[in-house]
Write a protein that binds this ligand. Structure first.
Ligand code: TMP
Ligand code: ASP
Length: 236
């Protein structure tokens, strides 16, 4: 892969063009950022571990009838993916309170939601990725009403599949973020990644955090948490 094939470099991934105009290669980086890029660092082996974790989870979802952009894992740190036109929103599903919902609404960390709680955020670092309501989504024409309902349905279905998968591996799926896009045929497809960068994972018995919160909050043992999550995800 040479530089002229580089389509886009984000905070955690590089997107490369491939010979197939309908496919891109997503290379996962060791770089880590938090707080809209204000905190920067590196997490050793994160690229390889997140690529593997994401590939396994996307395959699990495919097996359960969810369309994802994953085509194949082509290098240790690189996934071949269907090209999508991404929606400008992030979808967060929360099973337990943590992170921004505690700051915004005063939930105690770890409080169980009565039912999975879904939130949309606008993808715009310059605005700090603000929460957007259905009314905001309509006013800004971010996603059509039908697509928004379908995205909500898919996100909750994904939550059910992943929550069970992680519970079987001694992990609480506290919350996670998804990004969806549209493929060339107009289907809504899951894109981006699912990894300890984009989820909160707590060990079910000790409640130890096994995700990027260890980096965000300087809790130490960051690499070990990613290594442990890869091990759990690889458990049959
Ligand atoms: P939050 O509590 O900060 O709103 O985060 C909710 C979930 O979304 C958490 O699992 C981390 C993930 N997330 C991302 O993947 N990217 C982001 O930019 C942010 C802010 C959160
Ligand atoms: N990835 C986001 C950033 O760099 C935030 C986060 O994951 O906390 O700002």
């Amino acid at each position: 892969m040479t530089n002229e094939n580089k389509l886009y470099e984000g905070k955690a991934k590089i997107v490369w063009a491939t010979e197939n105009p309908d496919e891109v290669a997503q290379q996962f980086k060791d770089d880590a950022t938090a707080f809209d890029g204000k905190k920067k660092g590196q997490i050793a082996h994160k690229g390889v571990r997140n690529a593997r974790i994401s590939a396994i989870l996307f395959r699990l979802l495919e097996e359960n009838g969810i369309a994802t952009q994953l085509v194949d894992q082509i290098f240790e740190d690189t996934l071949l993916c269907k090209k999508l036109q991404m929606y400008p929103v992030e979808v967060v599903v929360r099973n337990y309170a943590a992170g921004s919902i505690c700051k915004r609404l005063g939930f105690e960390e770890g409080a169980r939601m009565k039912q999975p709680l879904l939130e949309f955020f606008l993808k715009d670092d310059s605005l700090g990725d603000p929460l957007v309501t259905d009314a905001h989504i309509e006013e800004l024409e971010l996603v059509s009403a039908e697509e928004r309902d379908e995205i909500k349905r898919l996100a909750l279905e994904i939550n059910a599949i992943l929550s069970e998968f992680f519970a079987d591996r001694g992990v609480m799926l506290v919350d996670f973020k998804l990004e969806f896009g549209k493929d060339s045929a107009g289907n809504i497809v899951l894109g981006d990644e699912i990894s300890p960068d984009t989820c909160r994972f707590w060990d079910a018995s000790t409640k130890k955090k096994l995700d990027k919160d260890r980096f965000r909050r300087d809790l130490g043992d960051v690499e070990a948490a990613y290594e442990e999550m890869l091990k759990r995800v690889e458990t049959k």
